[in-house]
Design a protein around this ligand. Structure first.
Ligand code: ATP
Length: 314
């Protein structure tokens, strides 16, 4: 299978500092791929190498079938880059900004106007055509910045922190927009600090820590990397009695009371639910509610990054 992005031991040193350490990424075409990591993990350096903006120390990256080392111009024509801080001109209108971006990206002059009008329409900015970039709202500024990265119809879009600083409504609109770009056949490579955003939006996620990929998979595959994080939560009339009755079970990893709620972590949560129900009936313990809660991505992310820290400090 050909990948949109394929890296082979991609490595970057800044002097003695190893910022990106033998990174091997496989990003299939036409998905939303999330690149997640704490501050200083190496996300920006990786993206900059993929875009040809930072020199690679060793290894290679193949983007849309082209080696960034041997065919950087073809890579540049294949990608659209959206930085976290906009690179558009505040004093130019939406139309002029896009026309300028089209010229910079080598769109032939007779096709520029049509492409710009098409993008303004797609991004819902037609009525802002003559408004200066400086006078747009934050959400619209972000949209125009993405539009500018797409003037040359790239196959891959690199999005750095696409919703940073946006309010809830603008963030939701941005998510819908990113999904619709994917529907148009564009591969999205997205970095974010926002674990919730990445788990909602991305089909595959790679987690980077201290320059190394520490986990990669679908959101549900990553959840499974953190064992026993599904917890059964119960509010019952006699939680201590229930704990006593189930504590000998092989299946129960732990059972404890937190904020008046009984939490039970089991190897096989569904089997545990059956067992608990039997005890509740037999012991005539009343139930107010029962719920099965999965680990959220934030916990998964922290556990993976923390685990990696502990392992690497040994
Ligand atoms: N131009 C540079 N010169 C020297 N060191 C750098 C340079 N750019 C980044 N670094 C260092 O390389 C490491 C990785 O930084 P990078 O900016 O790639 O991380 P990041 O994951 O994007 O972080 P953040 O989320 O905070 O932007 C950090 O230790 C950083 O201090």
């Amino acid at each position: 299978m050909k990948y949109a992005i394929y890296t082979r031991d991609l490595t970057k040193y800044y002097g003695d500092l190893l910022a990106v350490d033998h990174v091997n990424l496989r990003v299939p075409y036409n998905i939303i791929f999330g690149f997640l990591g704490p501050n200083g993990a190496g996300k920006t350096t990786t993206i900059r190498m993929l875009c040809g903006l930072t020199k690679i120390s060793s290894g290679d990256a193949i983007v849309n079938g082209y080696s960034i080392k041997d065919e950087p111009e073809k890579v540049k024509a294949s990608i659209g880059v959206v930085p976290d801080i906009s690179n558009l001109y505040p004093e130019l209108t939406c139309y002029d900004n896009l026309m300028f971006a089209a010229e910079m990206h080598g769109v032939p002059s007779k096709r520029r106007r049509q492409r710009v009008l098409e993008l303004l329409r797609f991004f819902g900015l037609t009525d802002k055509i003559n408004v200066k970039f400086a006078n747009l709202s934050k959400g619209l500024k972000r949209r125009l910045t993405i539009a500018a990265a797409l003037v040359h119809k790239p196959k891959i879009l690199m999005l750095d922190e696409p919703t940073l600083g946006l309010d809830v409504r603008s963030r939701r609109k941005m998510w819908a927009l990113i999904r619709s770009l994917k529907e148009k056949g564009i591969t999205i490579f997205l970095t974010s600090h926002n674990v919730y955003e990445v788990s909602r939006l991305c089909e595959r996620i790679a987690i980077i820590n201290k320059g190394r990929i520490v986990a990669e998979g679908t959101p549900s595959e990553l959840r499974k990397l953190v064992p026993y994080e599904e917890a059964i939560e119960l509010s019952v009339s006699d939680p201590r009695k229930l704990i006593k009755k189930i504590s000998n079970s092989e299946n129960i990893v732990k059972a404890y009371i937190e904020n008046d709620t009984l939490k039970i972590v089991a190897k096989d949560p569904l089997a545990a639910l059956i067992e608990i129900t039997r005890v509740l009936r037999m012991e005539k313990i009343d139930v107010n509610y029962v719920s099965l809660r999965s680990a959220d991505m934030e916990e998964v992310f922290l556990k993976i990054v923390e685990g990696n820290r502990i392992e690497r400090s040994r």
